[in-house]
Design a protein around this ligand. Structure first.
Ligand SMILES: *Cc1c(COP(=O)(O)O)cnc(C)c1O
Length: 405
């Protein structure tokens, strides 16, 4: 591991605030003295001598070998994310799903058991429910809001618990310290998909998590351009499990995408703060409307788990979920009347995006399973972007008028 990290300035002032770290953290400046981070589009690296090549391969000398293992631009992105999260180690991957799959499969083996919350991103559920059992890793899904359900499901051979909080699209919350306690009692590790909260609004490692996962595709890029993923963990987890798995199986982040994500981190706090402020205003606006049966927003005191949110999150996030009275026909009229907010299943973008979970992200579930999740036919999930909040509210008015029929 020394090979990749030695060239990065690790003497950076660790007391800097996140905003400062996100502009300067991890920068690896070349002899040209460039201001902006350089993009190293290279597959491999040349050595001065045969002895140097030998020393690099033996891990006796720092430096890069091959970009499946590490690359200077990717290393800068990883170091910046590591500083932001306050983790011992960080690795970037090609997508958020590559991060999730690698983090679980590098560690679990046949005979192990994993407990996960059932309100999870669809592909994460596939990994836990279908992929893991194929390799002899049994899994149990629970209602993540119910601490007794976690207690009953966790057993002596449980090696991992995995959940997303807040969860998509219902914004269900898992009590991170409470579940971490139950997991650690049997020696299991806690994996948290922290995409919805972002590293700015929730710090799972400080709340008891062992491994934190991101889809950098979402708020970290935040401008709808490239896919990416991040795993944050301890040095020990990296050394014992993740490092070799990533090197040998190759879900590497492309240097180009790493460069885009690295530069995006510079404006990350400004963007998320502005999106959260707009989302809070929009949630309050919708809550007053007769066509809206229910609003779910992590920043509102009427969120069913507002007490846990207050303990573990420092902001309400940028996703607002709401139920339009009148089911699918009214929800579709709402969507089709919008002129500014675009219909898309992505989130975290500068552009406001809205989706109807029952017919898109969650259409594969049976109607019963959706009902169990609380995903009704009138539910819409709005990812609030960076447009003027007045323009967004004016657009939502068009939707409401159309929904009322
Ligand atoms: C998008 C998303 C993922 C998967 O990320 P990709 O970058 O699309 O692979 C995982 N978890 C959550 C909560 C997500 O929103």
């Amino acid at each position: 591991m020394a090979q990749r990290d030695a060239s990065i300035d690790r003497n950076l002032n660790q007391n800097w605030s996140p905003e400062t770290l996100l502009v300067h953290g991890g920068q690896l400046r070349t002899g040209f003295g460039e201001t902006a981070e350089a993009l190293f589009l290279t597959q491999s690296y040349v050595y001065e001598t045969a002895e140097q090549a030998e020393a690099r391969f033996k891990d006796e000398e720092p430096g890069f070998i091959y970009s499946r293992f590490s690359n200077p631009t990717v290393a800068m992105f990883e170091e910046r994310m590591r500083l932001l999260e306050g983790a011992e180690a960080c690795r970037a991957t090609a997508t958020g799903m590559a991060a999730v799959t690698s983090a679980l499969l590098c560690y679990l083996k046949a005979g192990d058991h994993i407990v996960a919350s059932r309100a999870m991103f669809g592909s994460c559920r596939y990994v836990v429910e279908e992929l893991c059992p194929r390799f002899g890793i049994s899994s149990t899904l629970v209602d993540g809001r119910d601490i007794e359900a976690w207690r009953k499901a966790i057993r002596p051979n449980t090696k991992a618990v995995f959940f997303e909080t807040p969860a998509n699209p219902t914004l269900d919350i898992v009590d991170i310290p409470a579940v971490a306690q139950l997991a650690h009692d049997v020696g299991a590790l806690v994996f948290v998909d922290n995409v919805f909260a972002t590293p700015l609004l929730q710090k799972p490692l400080q709340l008891g998590a062992d491994v934190v996962l991101y889809s950098a595709t979402k708020h970290i890029d935040g401008q709808g351009r490239c896919l990416g993923g991040v795993v944050l963990c301890s040095e020990k987890f990296l050394k014992d499990h993740l490092h070799n798995f990533l090197r040998q199986t190759g879900p590497s982040l492309s240097p180009f995408n790493a460069w885009v994500l690295l530069k995006a981190l510079e404006t990350f706090p400004l963007r998320v703060e502005a999106q959260c402020a707009r989302a809070a205003r929009i949630a309050d606006f919708l809550a007053d409307k007769p066509q809206v049966a229910r609003v779910l927003y992590c920043g509102r005191p009427d969120h069913p788990q507002a007490d846990i949110i207050r303990r573990q999150m420092s902001g309400g996030g940028q996703v607002v979920t709401f139920d339009i009275a009148g089911g699918k026909p009214a929800a579709f009229r709402f969507l089709n009347a919008l002129r500014l907010i675009r219909i898309s299943n992505n989130l975290g973008d500068a552009k406001s995006l809205i989706t109807h979970p029952a017919t898109t992200t969650h259409q594969r579930l049976s109607a019963d399973a959706r009902a169990e999740f609380g995903i009704g036919d009138g539910m819409l999930r709005l990812s609030v972007g960076l447009e003027s909040v007045d323009d967004l509210i004016a657009d939502l008015e068009y939707g409401l008028k159309a929904a009322a029929g």
